[in-house]
Each structure stands twice: as structure tokens, then as C-alpha cells.
Design a protein around this ligand. Structure first.
Ligand code: ZN
Length: 172
């Protein structure tokens, strides 16, 4: 009996020690976990937001700023209200990752050898979401989840268009 109670005692001491250890580790990061909880509450997971972005024969988007919430599903429709064909006045919507230089991206995508000047495959790593290139009278829709809070840039990557066709994509 003595042996057993000694053993139990040892187990209890061991358990309370590891309890203490656990407490020490979790106590060291209380701020991190509460931050995470706050972020979770802000994230609008599951909500869908419809965005209509129009473009025309004058090489313009009708929006220079698009605002969404983090975690929202963005349903973006790009409409070309002009009449010119895709080969002459093609438009697309390209949302760049943060840190990607818009001018450099625009110049590189102008070298596209793809049909209708679609984004060259080697540049897709710089892109969060994009539509195909469309011409007058056409429209195209894409769906993607809004990335982390921050300010992003979008553009039309048709050769020579990014100077006029660009804007800010703001995730709140
Ligand atoms: Zn364009």
C-alpha cells in the first residue's frame, strides 16, 4: 500500500508541475490570442458583395476605388459598355498582390503573347484575382475571397492601358 500511495503522490506532484508549466506557457501569450479573437469577429466570412465595374472605349474604368471587407466573397462583374473589339480595346480586371509594382507589372504584361493579351503565365504569381480580357458589349464575372485588410491596386493589363485604367482595392 505504501508503495502505491507513494506512486500516486509522485504522479500528483508530476501533474501539478506540468499544470504549472502549461499555465506559464499560456500566460506568456495572452495578447496574441485575444487579438486573434477580435480579428475573427471582424472577418465577414460568408458574406457576398457584388461589385460592378464598367469599362468603355475611352480606356476608362468607372470606379477608381473599390471597398470590401476582409473575408467577404467578392463577386466582381466587369462590363465593357463600348463597341470596340477585344483586339483593339480589350479590358480585364487584375488585382495585384501587395508589394507588386503596378508600372512594372503593366509593362511586363504588355509583352503578352497570349491570345487577346491575357496575362502571361509567369506573371500570375503577382495576382490575387483576375478576369479574362473582354471586348465591347461583353461582360465577365469572377468570385474570390477578399484578402487580408489593406490597400491593394487593380488595373487593366491590356498593353498601354494601366496608365488610365487603375484604382485602389481597399479591404477593411
Ligand atoms: Zn483595358
Amino acid at each position: 500500500m505504501k508503495h502505491i500511495s507513494l506512486f500516486l503522490f509522485a504522479v500528483m506532484v508530476f501533474m501539478s508541475c506540468s499544470d504549472l508549466n502549461n499555465k506559464t506557457t499560456s500566460n506568456s501569450e495572452p495578447t496574441v490570442s485575444s487579438d486573434l479573437n477580435e480579428e475573427k469577429q471582424d472577418v465577414a466570412t460568408g458574406e457576398v458583395i457584388d461589385i460592378l465595374l464598367q469599362s468603355d472605349d475611352k480606356m476608362k474604368f468607372d470606379l477608381s476605388e473599390i471597398k470590401v471587407k476582409e473575408g467577404q466573397t467578392v463577386k466582381l462583374t466587369l462590363k465593357h459598355i463600348g463597341t470596340m473589339p477585344v483586339s483593339a480595346m480589350g479590358h480585364n480586371f487584375v488585382l495585384l498582390k501587395q508589394g507588386v509594382d503596378l508600372t512594372a507589372f503593366g509593362n511586363a504584361s504588355a509583352q503578352s503573347k497570349a491570345p487577346d493579351y491575357d496575362i502571361p503565365t509567369e506573371l500570375l504569381n503577382d495576382v490575387i484575382a483576375h478576369t479574362k480580357m473582354i471586348g465591347g458589349g461583353e461582360s465577365v464575372s469572377i468570385e474570390f475571397v477578399a484578402p487580408a485588410k489593406g490597400t491593394y491596386q487593380f488595373l487593366c493589363s491590356f498593353p498601354g492601358h494601366y496608365g488610365m485604367m487603375k484604382g485602389l482595392f481597399i479591404v477593411e
